[in-house]
Each structure stands twice: as structure tokens, then as C-alpha cells.
Design a protein around this ligand. Sequence first.
Ligand code: ADP
Ligand code: ADP
Length: 225
Amino acid sequence: QVQLRISNVSKTYPNGVQALHDVSLDIPPGMYGLLGPNGAGKSTLMRILATLQEPDSGQLRLGHLDVVHQKDAVRRTLGYLPQEFGLYPKARAEELLDYFAVLKGLTNRARRRETTAALLRQTNLWDTRRQQLGGYSGGMKQRFGVAVALLGTPRLLIVDEPTAGLDPAERVRFLNLLSEVGETGVVILSTHLVADVAELCTRMAIIDRGRILLEARPLEAVAAL
Ligand code: ADP
Ligand code: ADP
């Protein structure tokens, strides 16, 4: 089981905004919640973890990998679902997932079909796999994003504010899907919604203005507030 260790990470943007201030977190396997208001630094931390941005200082280790200096290896083991998942509205879900699978290096056609079929079933999109993504609801798009993110069977899945704009039924379905993924790896859920972490995360941290205020199990965190 993989462990993620974030040590003394700081990040200041060129405009002088200090988005992260000496952030340290040990993130065990399971579903982990990063809770904080808008502007707290959640996306900055998620993008650094996803190797899309570099910290000014500090260390991030995913298992034995150094996230800053071994980007290619890290990218092979992580899935990242950004806030807005860019979609091709005319593409059909099944075809686009197959295309992303090719990009991920799944060259064997028969095995690719098996993999994508399993993911479409897991994300509850099997029945609508031949529909165009432009006709998908917000929740279906997010679940499709998870299917894409899971293509390489990542050991770390990062999801940034995934439930924004989902209706209650879609939200529950989506969170259950993440919690299923959390049973076999690390899932980091970044959100400003307390309910998202309270329900399903095994551990959580609260971040505000770039600083970690608290790191605990959700129930302990609620008791401390
Ligand atoms: P969150 O995801 O919690 O809303 P962000 O990480 O997006 O927080 O932002 C943290 C702070 O950094 C905010 O004050 C935001 O305005 C600022 N910020 C984010 N991205 C940039 C950027 N590319 N350039 C300058 N400031 C940024
Ligand atoms: P978030 O919800 O993660 O805070 P935003 O909607 O604030 O995202 O930011 C969207 C994009 O704009 C991001 O790429 C972020 O880096 C950038 N950004 C955010 N705040 C600033 C800022 N103050 N100056 C420049 N870019 C920013």
C-alpha cells in the first residue's frame, strides 16, 4: 500500500500571494479529505501533487518516489481529475475512453476493451456508453472523468472539488464511487463541503490561507471545531 508524505511545502505565486505555507501531511491509504474555503490553497496543493506545478520548497514523496524530481514515474501512478474536465461534446463516451486508453499505452485491443468495459460498468456509464458526452449530465461527466483517471490503474487518485454542481443523488453516487476506489489506493478529495469529507473520508485535514489548521479523523475534527 502506498503512502504519501508531504513535508514543509511552500508556494508563493509571482504576484506575491503565498498559497501554501509550510504544509506537512502524512496521507495513508484510503479516502482522504482536504477541506478548506475558496482560496485556501487546495488546488495549488493538488496541482503540485499532480506534478503540474512545483513548490518553492519542501518535499513530496509518493511511496519511494520523489514527486518533484521523478515526475514521469509519478505520472504513471496517479490519476488527476481537475475541477473542470475538458470534454469533447461530440465524442461518444465509449470511443473517447478507448482513445484515452490508447494514449495511456494500452495497445492490445482485446485487453483494452476489457479494461474500458469494466470502467464503464464501475462508473455506472455502461448503459449510456454510446451517448455523446455533450448530452451527459454533470454527474455523468464527473463519473466519466473518474473512468479516464482510473485507466492506468493509479495508486493515487486526486479529485479537486468534484461535487460542485452535482445534484444530491449524483453527488452520493459519485462519492460512493470514490470511496470504492479508496479501498485499493489513496484518494484525495479536495472540497469546501464539510459533508463530503464527513461521510466518507477516513482521515482529513483542514487548510486555510495556505496553512494546515488540523489533521484528524472526521469525527474528531468535528468535535474539535
Ligand atoms: P483553493 O483551491 O483552495 O480555492 P487555490 O490554490 O486556487 O485555492 O488558491 C490559493 C491562493 O492562491 C488564492 O489566493 C488564489 O487567488 C491564489 N492563486 C491561485 N492560483 C494562482 C495563480 N496562478 N497566480 C496567482 N495567484 C494564484
Ligand atoms: P480554484 O477554485 O482552484 O481557486 P480559481 O477559479 O480560483 O480556482 O482559479 C482558476 C485558475 O486561475 C487557476 O488556474 C488558478 O491558478 C488561476 N488563478 C487563481 N487565482 C489567481 C490569481 N489571483 N492570479 C492569477 N491566477 C489565478
